[in-house]
Design a protein around this ligand. Structure first.
Ligand code: 3NM
Length: 232
């Protein structure tokens, strides 16, 4: 194993060195929730979204599908994998087994999903694993788990998630920052207007669904605005 890890090394290279160096997470982390995909021509729309995001400079993207069966998810994942062309790390929400089968770079699990120890066994040591947390106790547990980053939320009110936990606000992000040395991803109600404040409150990254995939504007243009708003 090489010891001199270059800080500008590609993301996957850094991830493989997790044992000696924490994951370097990009400050903008889009989540493509399939409920935002228009019906019809799904394949083409997915291809277009992933290509536009990659062209804009997005380097980490999560696929979130709370409705479909395995076969449908794997079909979507294949389109995303091909469109990403190695330019974007792909994360699968909730289903580590499908992440492996789809050739994705990692998985993200929630408090109601598979526990991180189990997920890590399925993913192996080199894939990325993230976990959602919503309060101090969950962050403290996540600190001891084999996860590469901790997500905290909802920061602000969101209508994308069903039964969201209580809003934590910017103060909650500041508190979370004090509680963990792991990369911290903030999520929930994040917009172009509030993204910078969330980074300034201590988050390493903002995860965004509706403010990116909701507007009529081209997703690549909105992604560029987010990337510029949260630039380190
Ligand atoms: N997880 P939007 S909030 C998927 O609190 C998800 O863990 C949350 O969507 C959490 O950017 C959320 O549209 C929804 O608010 C985020």
């Amino acid at each position: 194993m090489q010891k001199d890890v270059n800080s500008s090394a590609p993301f996957h290279f850094v991830a493989q060195k997790r044992a000696i160096m924490p994951l370097s997470i990009p400050s903008f982390y889009p989540i493509l929730d399939t409920s935002f995909l228009p019906s019809g021509n799904r394949k083409e729309r997915l291809r277009q979204l992933v290509t536009e995001l990659a062209d804009a400079g997005v380097s980490l993207l999560q696929y979130r599908n709370k409705q479909s069966e395995e076969a449908e998810i794997l079909k979507d994942a294949a389109v995303m994998y091909q469109s990403a062309g190695g330019r974007v790390r792909l994360m699968m929400n909730d289903r580590p087994g499908l992440a492996v089968r789809a050739g994705f770079d990692g998985a993200h699990v929630g408090q109601q999903d598979m526990n991180p120890e189990e997920a890590r066994k399925i993913l192996g040591p080199d894939r990325i694993l993230g976990v959602s947390t919503h309060n101090r106790a969950q962050i403290e547990i996540a600190n001891t788990q084999p996860v590469d980053y901790i997500a905290i939320g909802p920061v602000f009110a969101t209508s994308t998630k069903s039964n969201p936990d209580p809003v934590i606000g910017l103060e909650g992000v500041r508190e979370a920052r004090k509680l963990t040395a792991k990369p911290l991803v903030a999520i929930g109600g994040i917009t172009l207007e509030n993204a910078r404040q969330i980074i300034d409150a201590g988050a390493d990254s903002v995860a965004v669904i509706s403010a990116l995939f909701g507007p009529d504007e081209r997703v690549g243009e909105v992604a560029r605005k987010f990337l510029s708003a949260v630039k380190p």
